[in-house]
Design a protein around this ligand. Sequence first.
Ligand code: PLP
Length: 397
Amino acid sequence: MKFFENHILNTYNRLPLSFERGDGVWLFDKSGKKYLDALSGVAVNTLGHNHPDLINTITQQASKLIHVSNYYHIEEQCLLASKLASISELSSVFFCNSGCEANEAAIKIAKLHGHAEGIDSPNIIVMEKAFHGRTMATLTATGNRKVQAGFEPLVPGFIRVPFDDIDAIKNIADKKNKVAAIMVEPIQGEGGINIPKDLNAYLCTLRKICDENNWLLMLDEVQCGIGRTGKWFAYQHTEIKPDVLMLAKGLASGIPIGACVVNERAAAVISPGKHGSTFGGNPLACSAGLTTLSVIEQQNLLDNATQQGEFIVNSFKNNLSTVKEIIAIRSMGLMIGIELNQSCGELVKAGLDQGILINVTADKIIRLLPPLILNKDEAAILIATLTKLIQDFLKSK
Ligand code: PLP
């Protein structure tokens, strides 16, 4: 297939395929071939493709008002902020357009908090294998050399520790480093669907260390938030609340949006002029966000994510129990990683031939992030197709 990409900057190794339309969990290419979308545009299409309620909201809103400046009050933004505050039990929201921007806002809040505490050069603790984005500060926060290489000098002010390693953080606290915040994904997405051994114990201990040292606990839920793990937010599987919560991807089911949600303590450092965004929180994006959250509620998609996730993972565990090349299957809701003992990027192309869209991250981990509307029949197709793909792939080695 020939694509006319001469004028597209070479930032992605794209697969030789483009889609014409979508319907639910299905995408269709120009020839009419259909593909079960188990990636959701990397955790974005929460409601699948062309959800009627979302189409209705977007068309109605577009015919009324698409964009106005943040110089004015924006009703849809206030409504979405109040909904997010209610489901997160936090207090206020800064809207932007992407995950890295939500993280940039969090990083700026951490710096302001540090300065307010009298630290002249505040640091943020970040994790190995983390992914926080591609802007200069967020790629510095990211724990992957490939993302950083060539962009030196990186941004100062980040201290890196291994993920799920409390002692490493205690060690930093003991040394009286000038820390203002910890920034962590409760479940690492790009890093390989890495879940702490005991999520509740890990986050509770981080919360305690932050409280003892007056640091902010900032959770990057750009990938694992908005229902993906079976609760609105992954931290809601634990007993704690963060000071700052970063969201994007699935929040408006495909309309670009990011959100930095904060409690009162973190909000206190922000005043007019400290931060902003031209597009952030415009009426179109916020109305799409409101509809996404209300469909999740009306259609019980949090429970659905839990149930379909359990069905998928239990089936893989049964089907693949004797396959020694599978090292681990890690999951929470519809955030699923199957780790092989070898590189398995080829599976993505093989999946296209068989009509499923999957992803491989961190070289050896098959990652599934299907839309939250996935039903049992669709899950069964995914399970059967991917089981065979993995078996055939390993036989061919
Ligand atoms: N944070 C996490 C956890 C992510 O997974 C991503 C993207 O994959 C980002 C931040 C960056 O989001 P964006 O690409 O919207 O800037």
